[in-house]
Write a protein that binds this ligand. Structure first.
Ligand code: G3I
Length: 387
């Protein structure tokens, strides 16, 4: 285009006009971004989920409900569907909290996840024994597993859309964990669990969920397990990469490898329990193995009155880097779920050391978005920004 100006003033005026138009455009784009919530910002990429506890889905706290329904479109129950909670005694099922969780999800049109049917943790000792305390036979334990899965999956058939059928069945060395399930039933407890879940709800998505998949031995063990399940005819919809991360680890390249390698199995790779621990680890602790608990000690709770700005910025960058990576793998990921809503809700305030003040999520203790939230929203794919 060839523009001719008769005077310097005319040219300057046009320049001014252009800056005004450009400025207004920028303003309207950033205003649109500012209004976007997480689920809106990533609407065309993946679902954004949160793990909930009873105080949230019972709706006793209206502010928490408002935050959850505006920001998230998927929910996972943090504890209430685990065996000890939903099936505390041989003939006692406690469906109250689970019914209320599912009702909450239906009311707010969430993609509802079930967590978890088979785990070595939060499973009562009686599950593996008869009334006299003698270990069950393989057949008796299989019958108990069938009864548990068919009652729970059957009750929420068509409402819960995906189940973490088996959680954390692989140990650090990549071998099957020596749980009561493995010892009494043998390796095929895994195939059976998925078959029972499919039988109870043929349309529900079946997942395998685990942590520290960035460690090669463990990842190889999980890959071998998924291949065995697939060879037995089980349709695994997704592997859940829990993603209980720290500020510095795992490295982005490691998470990149996890997603790349697992997706080669023909499954989705969902991020199922995302949080970023900003506190120092006690002694030799590593991972998310919940049996390790440490006593409070000097230096382990450095930010009781607020997170220093420098760490806040590091957390924002860490979240931005991770979400950039998730976006790069958007064709493999259908859901990114945070393990909690606000910092105050997080299990990391009482694990692996009781009574600390941690800051692992995108919302502070008052439910206000943190700089990490803004950093994540800024990455929202272009097509959503004009909504
Ligand atoms: O329900 C009891 C309550 O009656 C008692 O008064 C209280 C006293 O400590 O404990 C309550 O149980 C706690 C339970 O959470 C419910 O709040 C347990 O002590 C506590 O150990 C348990 O922690 C849960 C942990 O799993 C246990 O395995 C966390 O909240 C939960 O966030 C965590 O979630 C797991 C995922 O399911 C699987 N992946 C790892 C992730 C983090 O560990």
């Amino acid at each position: 285009m060839n523009l001719r100006f008769t005077s310097y003033t005319e040219a300057r005026e046009l320049g001014l006009l252009c800056s005004l138009v450009f400025g207004a455009l920028l303003f309207s784009i950033s205003a649109a971004c500012a209004q976007l919530t997480l689920k809106e910002a990533f609407a065309n990429t993946f679902r954004i989920g949160a793990a909930l506890n009873p105080s949230q889905f019972s709706e006793e706290n209206a502010e928490a409900v408002a935050l959850i329904k505006s920001q998230f479109n998927s929910i996972t129950p943090e504890n209430i569907l685990k065996w000890e909670a939903v099936h505390p005694k041989p003939d006692t099922f406690d469906f109250g909290p689970a019914d209320s969780y599912v009702a909450f999800g239906e009311k707010y049109k969430m993609f509802i996840i079930g967590h978890t049917l088979v785990w070595h943790n939060q499973t009562p000792k009686w599950v593996f024994e008869d009334a006299q305390g003698t270990p069950l036979t393989r057949d008796a334990l299989l019958e108990r597993l069938h009864d548990h899965i068919s009652k729970i999956v059957g009750r929420y058939k068509g409402k819960i859309r995906g189940w973490d059928v088996v959680n954390e069945a692989v140990d650090d060395n990549g071998n099957l964990r020596r749980s009561g399930w493995l010892r009494i039933i043998g390796e095929d407890y895994l195939v059976k669990a998925y078959e029972f879940a499919h039988e109870a709800d043929p349309h529900v998505e079946l997942y395998y969920n685990d942590y520290e998949l960035e460690k090669e031995a463990k990842r190889k063990g999980v890959i071998a397990l998924v291949k065995k399940l697939q060879a037995a005819g089980i349709q695994i919809a997704a592997v859940g990469n829990q993603a209980h991360y720290k500020l510095e680890s795992p490295k982005l390249e490691q998470t990149d490898t996890v997603i790349t390698e697992l997706s080669k199995l023909g499954v989705k790779v969902n991020i199922t329990e995302l949080d970023i621990n900003v506190l120092p680890a006690p002694g030799q602790f590593s991972g998310a193995e919940v049996s390790q608990l440490f006593e409070p000690a000097k230096g382990l709770d450095p930010y009781p009155n607020g997170l220093p700005d420098e760490i806040q910025q590091k957390l924002a960058k860490r979240y931005a880097d991770l979400f950039s990576l998730f976006l790069k793998h958007r064709s493999s990921i259908t859901r990114v779920t945070f393990w909690g809503v606000t910092d105050g809700d997080s299990w990391l305030n009482y694990f692996p050391v009781r009574g600390r003040t941690n800051y692992p999520l995108l919302f502070d203790r008052k439910g206000k978005p943190k700089p990490a939230y803004d950093a994540v929203i800024r990455l929202a794919p272009q097509q959503n920004q004009s909504k």
